[in-house]
Design a binder for this molecule. Structure first.
Ligand SMILES: [Ca+2]
Ligand SMILES: [Ca+2]
Ligand SMILES: [Ca+2]
Ligand SMILES: [Ca+2]
Length: 375
């Protein structure tokens, strides 16, 4: 029997195109293709082809677009992100104080894990409580911010609070006063007659009349005006308001009394009183009709009413009294005489007892007539 000697065939030598894209390794009875990283063998096992990592996994290149290249892939990063050093990941930009730090590579997913590590955080707010003078300090990684109170405004970098100068900002903020800027606020120094009312800004007029801070005369009216007050004497009084004197309406003829009334001056006013013979309130006075009121007024005569009085028209043989208010027995011819006195003295004895003694007429308004014989 003939023994055939079997010789291994070196396929790699025989076919240089074998394992294209990789390295051909001859083995006993066969060969093996060794592909470089990022490549895989075709189903026939004789060619290395590039792996399209982008199509294999959707998880590559977050925040970017996966681009397949021979043997590997790279990330084209979205704006705002930057590629990792191996260009197989996208990370956000670190703040100025941070830096990238590689934490290693995940072999299964081929991600380089990068962390943005800030410099050690300092709490500026705690270290310097006065750092936001006029505001509230808020610590944030790497720095701090000031939230400013009312009356302050934050600087551009928000690292300090600056007092607002209200006086410059609003020149009318202290109308009727002087504005003084203070840290976090302002003060109004009000002019005389003004004050700072609680709950308001600026200067408010003082109502001197309402609070009794005036020196008007007690017979004057107080009138509040901006910044001051005025005094005005009430009607019936004369003066500058600080001092008011009674107006004598009777003397100055400023009264409204009736022509048949008497004017009586009073403090702040006047009274009118109808004269005798008139009735009324003084402003209107009407004549009293004495004849109608008393029918017996003119004994031995005819009563005639007259404005403010009356007259007696005497009957024959009677004469009117001097004031014409009564009639009396007419002048007796000599030897009688009529005394001039209208009052009635005690009847006096006559010189001659044979003659009638003196006789008085008892009527009150009647004149006395002495009937004495002449000697
Ligand atoms: Ca201020
Ligand atoms: Ca006032
Ligand atoms: Ca008066
Ligand atoms: Ca009369």
């Amino acid at each position: 029997m003939m023994m055939k000697n079997c010789m291994d065939i070196n396929e790699c030598e025989r076919d240089p195109l074998l394992c294209r894209g990789g390295i051909c390794m001859n083995t006993d009875g066969s060969f093996e293709c060794i592909c470089p990283p990022g490549h895989e063998l075709t189903a026939e096992g004789n060619t290395c082809i590039d792996i399209n990592e982008c199509s294999l996994s959707d998880n590559l290149c977050r925040n970017g677009r996966c681009v397949n290249v021979i043997g590997t892939y790279q990330c084209s990063c979205d704006s705002g992100f930057q590629a990792t050093p191996d260009r197989q990941g996208c990370v956000g930009e670190c703040s100025s104080k941070g830096s990238f730090q590689s934490l290693g590579v995940s072999s299964s997913q081929r991600w380089m894990i990068l962390l943005c590590t800030a410099t050690p955080n300092i709490d500026e707010c705690e270290d310097n409580p006065e750092i936001c003078d006029g505001g509230q300090c808020t610590n944030i990684p790497g720095e701090y911010r000031c939230l400013c109170f009312d009356g302050f405004m934050a600087s551009l970098d928000m690292k300090t609070c600056i007092d607002v100068n209200e006086c410059d900002l609003n020149p009318n903020i202290c109308l009727h006063g002087e504005c003084e800027n203070t840290k976090g606020s302002f003060i109004c120094h009000c002019q005389l007659g003004y004050f700072v009312k609680k709950g308001t800004t600026g200067c408010t007029d003082i109502d001197e009349c309402e609070i009794g801070a005036h020196n008007c005369d007690m017979h004057a009216s107080c009138i509040n005006v901006p910044g001051s007050f005025k005094c005005k004497c009430r009607s019936g009084w004369l003066g500058d308001g600080l001092k008011c004197n009674d107006l004598d309406e009777c003397a100055t003829e400023e009264h409204k009394c009736n022509l048949n009334a008497n004017c009586v001056n009073t403090p702040g006013s006047y009274r009118c009183a109808c004269r005798d013979g008139f009735n009324g309130d003084g402003f209107s006075c009407s004549d009293v009709d004495e004849c109608a009121d008393n029918v017996n007024l003119c004994e031995n005569g005819q009563c005639l009413n007259a404005p403010g009085g009356y007259r007696c028209e005497c009957e024959m043989g009677f004469n009117p009294t001097e004031d014409s208010k009564a009639s009396m027995v007419g002048t007796i011819p000599s030897p009688f005489q009529i005394p001039s006195s209208p009052t009635c003295p005690q009847p006096a004895p006559c010189a001659k007892p044979t003659q009638p003694s003196c006789q008085a007429y008892p009527h009150t308004t009647c004149a006395l007539l002495h009937l004495c014989p002449l000697l």
